[in-house]
Design a protein around this ligand. Sequence first.
Ligand SMILES: [Fe+2]
Ligand SMILES: [Fe+2]
Length: 316
Amino acid sequence: MTVSEVDCLSTQGIAKDNLYSYLSDVLLNKDIELHERFRALFTLKNIGGQRSIEIIGQGFDDESALLKHELAYVLGQMKDKAAIPILISVLDNVQEEPMVRHEAAEALGAIGDESSLCILEKYKNDPEKCVSETCEIAIDNIKFETLRNKGISSEGQSSFSSIDPAPSLATKSLEELECLYLDDSRPLFERYRAMFGLRNEGSERAVEILAKGFGDKSELFRHEVAYVFGQMQHPASVPALIKVLDDKNEVGMVRHECAEALGSIATKECYDVLKAYSNDSNRVVRESCLVALDMYEHENSGEFQYANGVNNFNDN
Ligand SMILES: [Fe+2]
Ligand SMILES: [Fe+2]
């Protein structure tokens, strides 16, 4: 039974308990193909609530860093404070893959609750750069959001459905955004704000500017550029994404994000490249290509949703 068939059953009045137990069985079963488990995850995200959060939390006992980082991502996007203790324990586990801990820190920032500041401060000097930099951005984001909630600021509303790690900048010209975006003497939080401003602008010129970010020294920054390209789904970004995926000297976290972006853009050229790297020696890259090929099929199938109630998958 596929997740979309479950969708059908649920609309026919099948008990919600059965739906949860089906989704839990799919998500937590290491023998099921990863793309099916991803679809179950995104269905749980859409259902929401405590029970979904508990099931997603059980998934951290897995060997796939790709799956675990996606669990953390989804918990952040659900923006439910009930997920905070799970995310804290993931970030606090220094044996865990940096890419997963990074995503847990980013998710705490996305939930935006001041109670997470303490753990984020604890790891803002973590030896893993992608973790420490994420904590720094998440701290700035929570402080910004706190001011916004108090009505002191109303900036940075996103035109995309995702909760961004930093609010976009809307009030500047493309040239001003480019300047700030590429200035590595400025805090990452501000540069991310410029990045999301460029994404929202959406033109081919904005894509060209964003692609320059692949030359940045921060791998976290580079992976976010690929993430933004996945959201924009602009064909002009395809050559830059392929170039980075092709680069075996690039870190897995960045190449993985390029693969997912190509799955989301979903042209024939993207398909060929994803097929070619679906046997890559790096597990995160290989698994990302397989999941991205499933996204490609979804994008080209005319299916309305990737999973039950989900319009856009690649928002990590
Ligand atoms: Fe990430
Ligand atoms: Fe990712």
